[in-house]
Design a protein around this ligand. Structure first.
Ligand code: UFG
Length: 335
């Protein structure tokens, strides 16, 4: 078995945690990242090449040099709101460049791929918890771009022998329990880091996007999973492909719904802080309630989330933000 795994987007938030999980399982993650959103400081468990996924020469060279047989494909734009304003950017990067990458992988003998997909493929779900076989009807170009690649992967399996596992993430949150890496987006748009930074006084206020949803407290409900648990599922997916597994799709979510108010209350309780929250209007494209049935990931992949209770997620996110605030070197080392 070849121990080198190519990870596109390995310098990103989820990608870097995947690299750490792969390394713990005995693989050497080889990162390919153009650093448009990634952070070089988060690449710590293997080499990195700065290049685009659609650069066939670099990709072919990496596959040859490291004798790559499996790829974890995370590189993508992932801002839902931005995708509503600029769909072309998402279709060009997440779809067109991914297809060019798939062609290069196949031409160079790669036949196994784990794909970072999203619960955004479901749109407004017809039933809860969401199982993998419910209809997929994305309500934003980001979700559409992920669904397109899932579908393309089905055809690539039939026509070109590329086997894949698509992992539909629900809300990735928290930070590496060892404190080595964590969430760092610019701009930051995610609930937990924004609410924590408001509590730490780094921003004046935090806004709750809508209190008129048909949910018990009126705020939107999501399924928050610890990023290290999500990362571990990629190791299981790689191993499944290595042992001959066929194309498959799994939800990765802890299986519990928490409202925005629940999250704010949990931050205040766990971190002993006060979150100044202002009520705002709904954010366009946000479904009211999303939470997964992680049953297939449990029974077929053997995935067992161990860090995804709300307290552990929030504590690790909070510790990470404190560390970033104190560690100026980390901040200034960003490209
Ligand atoms: N929210 C606020 N205030 C904020 C930020 C978020 O109230 O300042 C709310 C959102 O409206 C939403 C919830 O908190 O109800 C979670 O929002 P995030 O932005 O943290 O996460 P999303 O659910 O919007 O996004 C996640 C992934 C995306 C994926 C999407 C699918 O990060 O990649 O789920 O719905 F596409």
């Amino acid at each position: 078995m070849n121990r080198h795994i190519l990870v596109t987007g390995g310098a990103g938030y989820i990608g870097s945690h995947i690299c750490k999980s792969l390394a713990r399982a005995g693989y050497v993650p080889v990162t390919l990242d153009n650093l448009c959103n990634g952070n070089p400081w988060s690449v710590r468990w293997g080499p990195m090449v700065k290049a685009d996924i659609a650069d066939p020469f670099t990709l072919a060279e990496m596959i040859g040099q490291y004798r790559i047989e499996s790829v974890v494909h995370c590189a993508a734009y992932a801002y839902v709101g931005e995708s509503m304003r600029d769909p072309g950017k998402y279709f060009e990067n997440n779809v067109a460049r991914s297809i060019r990458m798939l062609e290069t992988l196949i031409e160079n003998g790669v036949r196994q791929l784990v794909f970072s997909s999203s619960c955004a493929v479901y749109g407004i779900p017809e039933e809860l918890p969401i199982r993998e076989n419910v209809p997929t009807r994305p309500v934003n170009p980001y979700g559409e771009s992920k669904l397109f690649i899932e579908k393309a992967l089905d055809w690539y399996a039939r026509a070109r022998g590329l086997r894949s596992v698509s992992l539909r993430y629900f809300n990735a949150a928290g930070a590496d329990p060892g404190g080595e890496i964590g969430e760092w987006h610019d701009p930051e748009t995610h609930l937990i880091p924004l609410a924590i930074s408001a509590a730490l006084g780094e921003r004046e206020q935090f806004e709750i996007f809508g209190t008129d949803y048909p949910t018990p407290d009126g705020t939107a409900v999501r399924d928050y999973s610890h990023v290290s648990d999500l990362a571990d599922a990629h190791v299981l997916a790689v191993q499944r492909l290595e042992s001959g597994g066929a194309n498959d799709i799994f939800n990765l979510g802890a299986g519990a719904g928490h409202s925005v108010q629940d999250i704010v209350a949990a931050i205040e309780r766990v971190c002993r802080v006060r979150v100044q929250a202002k009520v705002g209007v709904r954010r366009s494209g946000d479904p009211a309630v999303l939470y997964a049935s992680p049953e297939r990931a449990r029974s077929v992949l053997g995935w067992r989330p161990v860090h995804s209770d709300l307290e552990t997620i929030i504590r690790s996110a909070f510790d990470w933000q404190l560390q970033c605030r104190d560690d100026k070197g980390l901040r200034y080392s960003r490209d």
